[in-house]
Design a binder for this molecule. Sequence first.
Ligand code: FAD
Length: 856
Amino acid sequence: MKSHVKAVVIGGGVVGCSVLYHLAKAGWTDIMLIERSELTSGSSWHAAGGFHTLNGDPNVAKLQAYTVQLYKEIEEISGQSCSLHLTGGVMMADTPERMDFLRLAHAKGRYLGMDTELITPSEAKAMFPLMDEKNFVGAMWDPVEGHLDPSGTTIAYSKAAKKLGAEIVLRNRVVDLTQQPDGTWNVVTEQGTVHAEHVVNCGGLWAREIGRMVGVELPVLAMEHMYLLTEPMPEVEEFNKSTGREMIGVLDFKGEIYTRQERNGILLGTYEKACKPWSPVNTPWDFGHELLPPDLDRIAPSLEIGFKHFPGIEKAGIKQIINGPFTFALDGNPLVGPVQGLTNFWCACAVMAGFSQGGGVGLALSNWMVHGDPGFDVWGMDVARFGEWAGLRYTNAKVRENYSRRFSIRFPNEELPAARPAQTTPLYDTMLANNAVMGDSWGLETPLWFAPKGKEPKDIVSFHRSNDFGPIGEEVRATRERVGVTEIANFAKYEVSGPGAEEFLNRLMTNRMPKTGRIVLTPMINEFGKLIGDFTIAKAGEDRFMIWGSSAAQKYHMRWFEKHLPKDGSVRIHRFDQTLVGLSIAGPKSRDLLQKLVDVDISTKAFRFMDFREMAVGGAPCMVNRITYTGDLGYEIWMAPAYQRLVYKAIKDAGEEFGLVDFGMRALLSMRLEKNFPTWFRELRPIYGPFEGSMDRFIKLEKNDFIGREAAAKEQAEGPKLRRVSFIVDAADADVMGDEPIWAKVSKDYGTVEKPHGYGAPRFDHKGKEVRGSKAAEGASAVRGIVDGDWRVVGWVTSGGYAHYVQKSMAQGYVPAALAEDESAGLFEIEILGHRRPARINVEAPFDPSGEKMRT
Ligand SMILES: Cc1cc2nc3c(=O)[nH]c(=O)nc-3n(C[C@H](O)[C@H](O)[C@H](O)COP(=O)(O)OP(=O)(O)OC[C@H]3O[C@@H](n4cnc5c(N)ncnc54)[C@H](O)[C@@H]3O)c2cc1C
């Protein structure tokens, strides 16, 4: 065993071996994988080996597609077979709602380059004759599904990594990790200490314990999971013989089961409601190649539905039941990337679908370690997406909820109840008393909308407009015509101070820093010129800046800030979290209202648009920004939590004469739509350049040499490829939710908007016709093939909804820049729940296009 290496990967499951392979492939060959026992000694050996590309997050879906196409490569390099069976699979809908869900998934697939098809239950039965098709209303076919040999695949990765120069040390547990003053690590193992620049936690079932070695409680929990294998079935053999094909994979949402052919029989697994965590506090180090005792009673309700839906399986004898543990994060996606607050400590864990995701995780992480950037939009699996609130018990409740809902529909207006309330502001009880429907905003209870008096404050979940539609409309109209107040404690808040503060921010941000008492809006971009943040910054004093940003990105942004902090101590950065809370008042009467609560002049001239001032509001020391996300005249008022009730009461009392209303986050988001304002993680994400994101006026290339300046200058000089645009949609009773395809009637080629997805392995359409070499291999050009007459998919929606004041359904999204700028290309359609609705680009904000109202 070497004593010094560039990187140590801890754990020889499929994920660790993939990370090792990708690091070696990226040129880091001085690397070592350390495995406690033999390879695949965690979850990997007893997996069902299924793989698929579909994922709720399109960016994760892309990395899953990469994983599937990688298997040929590692087989070739290693000489080890993965036993790949690319059978294709169907998802079966038993209700119209579930069919809506499949229509949405199918629509998303259009711009991801997926070849999914909506098919009838009978067509599905033709590929899986064991089902009773009368239980279903429709299905979606996905050709990129199948199964493989889990151990063979893990070994193929490891052999390929070794061929490229990586070292693998078996039967050697990592017992401790200690960091050196220079940021490197001593990896203490049973066989001695290895010194490494970087450490990667691929500990799978023990990832939590490895996190604890460095003082981090990772939000990951193992769950027991069962699947059964039947005896050989004559029906299966007969099907194989008569068609020359294997039976496909089937996912049955209602039964919460997945099933497929395994040898001459069937494999059937469940995500049962009565799920059970395994080793909820500590994972025993002596757990090895063992299985857990099966518990048929627990999965009986799923099996009952399963046997009704697939009567052919009921008749078969059960040969074996596998019950094994595997790990999940709160939302079921992996935890990948550098851990904020630590140096050179990386995670690739909580990978619940290692054979769909392992390759993509390895690629993204190796890019990140070797080149400083994952190379993809990996927010959906970034370890930074959860805060400190996601502790052991919170994780336990959320993971159980997620597991038991794995095949349940999540409606766009659905808030999930587990582990709530976690964090609350001092106004929580007041908001409940006001009949607020609360939502979870990065672990904080936040008012979404207010139900009318006498009505239960509860969302009726739906893909269509629902019971919040009327009340949100009232909140918006009252705010736009009079004045409204809302809680904004969920915004991220930071203070950057010290003699180097201004220079530091000028280096990180694309806009100029403001003068004392003034505010600027500014994007932040990375070295590659991609959007990684969008902030409001106020200069509060000579060496002191206040910053507000996206709540969910707090750890993500802190990681970036800390990475670039000067080593000389000239800059300090503080994240307030809930030690600073806020209220926003907006609407034409907001100034009159605020004036009653302060003892300074806040007239238009004395307190201008984009001014910042510290002042007492209702007697409480506050910071006030003259700015609001509603795009109206308005103010954001920030205070210590101890003062929040006082300030709120003062606003409510003073507001009575102006007809003040409470409004929630959904009204705020509706109002930003009619101003064409973008949101972080929807319109603005690390896959877009600042000019693509239409943030042109905040990019000051001439101010100084900021991070990403060169790339941004190049984007501007060459012209952005895409453009963020706003649409007015002729919607019926459902608005866009995000990720819908945008169609255009085009007579010329405006360029490809898609990233490659296809690959050369044999694939079949649902009628069994091989599509090898055509759609399968073409990748990007396959998407250009999604054509309907002159209509073509040209882009995708990022977010939208109903803009209540202007009474229009609106959407924002990306299309090729040349198309956005071509005024003659006017005909668009946006696909909502499978129906293409007419849409037109809307250049000017429909509410107050000149911005006069917010400046008055
Ligand atoms: C019943 C069942 C069915 C499944 N079916 C599927 C499926 O169909 N498709 C799919 O994609 N996924 C499936 N999975 C999930 C899949 O098994 C996991 O996603 C995958 O195995 C995770 O791999 P990993 O490398 O992250 O973790 P693990 O496989 O748990 O590997 C972690 C490794 O790290 C080692 N290790 C831990 N701590 C240390 C230490 N301190 N020092 C040295 N070594 C250490 C362990 O010994 C272990 O070998 C299934 C899981 C189960 C239980």
